[in-house]
Structure formats: structure tokens, C-alpha cells
Design a protein. Structure first.
Length: 262
């Protein structure tokens, strides 16, 4: 993944003795990619690490591509509104997403101070949820050149086995719709990409998938350059001392990631 994965952009911080990650790219904003050490605390408590009395927003995550603003989020029965991303509309709004192997993306506009938090698993990535969030910024007056995106700890491609059908969906999300019905052609096209998001697997009709790399490619297609992106050098599956992993444990535990608008 080239320069965007340099580890020295990512720093361990501590709050009450518990570790969480920050990214230099997002230094203008209070933010954090929290570890399992903060479980089972919810954003309503975690936001105090950033500010003692600002609102924290979250949604009921459904592996889709809906991105809401804080005023669009409602409490519906037992859950908040179904969505997988939140884009701020005012200053001092904290937005959070939960992940356990999926990619947490925190986005900031260095000109306006607006931010977003996005939950991007393979299903959301196939539906281009991060580009959907970027479009929300653009609709509100942001420019591509001002956006910064940090992709936090997630399962890494070397250990994430998926079916070849999932690889096809990734290819379609990258504009390779013409190969949707040509499995061999799609896999070849994906393998020929620079720093391919697809790695071989010994099992028939399986591959290894780097979801963060697919998201990075989608962002590059939108016009973001490598200096506007950072990818955490951490794998949720391979670092049980820090992160929950659904693929590793088959248990529905999550860690939160959040950022505060300026």
C-alpha cells in the first residue's frame, strides 16, 4: 500500500491507562481508534475523552451505504436509525462507528472542520460507502483536495479469506462492471492492479481480500492523493491483545472509533 501505511503516522495514546490509536493525518481534530480495553463503554461515555459535554452520535450499523447527518438520526424502537456513516453539520459534534474486523474510516475536511465516521466492511465497501460519505462532504461545499481519510485497524488481506463472489463485488465497486459475469477475467484484472487487493488462497473458489486497499483505490478514483490517506498498520485478527475480531472469535464484540468536528 505504499507510503500511506507508514507506521510513524500512527501513535498509541492512553486514557486512564487504556490504549487507543490516533493518526497524525487527523491531528487537527480530537479523535481516536479505541481498543477492546474500552469495552463495553459506548460513545456517550467515550466522548468524555475528547470533551466533557458535547453530544456523541452513533447509528444502528447494517452493512449498507447510508450516511446520515446528526439531525437525521432518530431513536427507533430499540435502536438508532439504520446507517453505516455519519457526517457532521456543525462544530463540536462527535461521530462514532463500531467495528470488529470491518474498516473504521474517520474523515476530516481541513478547510471547514467537518468530519465523518464510516463503518466499511466488505458489504459496505462493495456498495461504496466511503465514496457516499465523500459525496456528502462535496454536497455541503467541501472540495476533494481538503479531505483527509484515516482507515483504522481492520482485518488484513493476508488473513481474510472470502469467496471469489466477494472479489467480483469488489471489482464491480472499482468500475469493472464489464467483468461481472467473467470470474476468471475479473480475478485477473484485480490481480493486475498495483498492490492488488486480492491475494491467492489454497482453497478452491476462495481468495484473500484486503478491504482497506479496495477503499483506498476507490478514494484514488475520486481524486484523493496518497498524502490525503493513511492506513493503520494494525490487524484486528492478528492482534488479540488489542482488538476484538469477529473472524477470530465469532463473538459480537466491538471497538469504537470517533472524531469531533471543529
Amino acid at each position: 500500500m505504499g507510503a500511506v501505511t507508514v507506521a510513524d503516522q500512527w501513535h498509541w495514546q492512553k486514557w486512564e491507562g487504556r490504549p487507543y490509536l490516533t493518526c497524525e493525518l487527523l491531528e487537527p481534530w480530537h479523535h481516536g481508534f479505541f481498543t477492546q480495553a474500552f469495552a463495553p463503554e459506548l460513545p456517550e461515555n467515550l466522548v468524555r475523552i475528547f470533551h466533557p459535554e458535547i453530544p456523541a452520535y452513533r447509528v444502528k450499523q447494517v452493512h449498507g451505504n447510508t450516511v446520515l447527518t446528526p439531525h437525521e438520526i432518530n431513536w427507533e424502537g430499540e435502536h438508532f436509525s439504520p446507517a453505516d456513516g455519519i457526517v457532521s453539520t456543525a462544530s463540536q459534534q462527535a461521530v462514532f462507528v463500531a467495528t470488529a474486523d470491518c474498516t473504521p474510516a474517520l474523515i476530516g475536511d481541513r478547510r471547514t472542520g467537518k468530519v465523518a465516521a464510516v463503518h466499511a466492511g466488505w458489504r459496505g465497501t462493495a456498495k461504496r460507502i466511503i465514496p457516499e460519505a465523500i459525496q456528502k462532504f462535496l454536497d455541503a461545499g467541501s472540495e476533494i483536495k481538503d479531505l483527509l481519510v484515516a482507515l483504522g485497524p481492520a482485518i488484513s488481506g493476508e488473513v481474510y479469506q472470502v469467496s471469489t463472489d466477494v472479489a467480483v463485488e469488489m471489482g464491480v465497486s472499482l468500475g469493472l462492471q464489464d467483468l461481472a459475469d467473467d470470474l476468471d477475467g475479473m480475478l485477473l484484472a484485480l490481480e493486475n492492479l498495483l498492490d492488488s487487493p486480492i491475494l491467492p488462497d489454497d482453497e478452491h473458489e476462495k481468495v484473500r481480500l484486503d478491504v482497506r486497499r479496495v477503499n483506498q483505490l476507490q478514494l484514488e478514483q475520486l481524486g484523493l492523493d496518497l498524502g490525503q490517506m493513511a492506513i493503520a498498520p494494525h490487524c484486528t485478527y492478528q492482534q488479540p491483545e488489542h482488538f476484538f475480531s469477529y473472524r477470530r472469535s465469532n463473538q459480537k464484540n466491538v471497538q469504537w472509533s470517533g472524531i469531533v468536528s471543529r
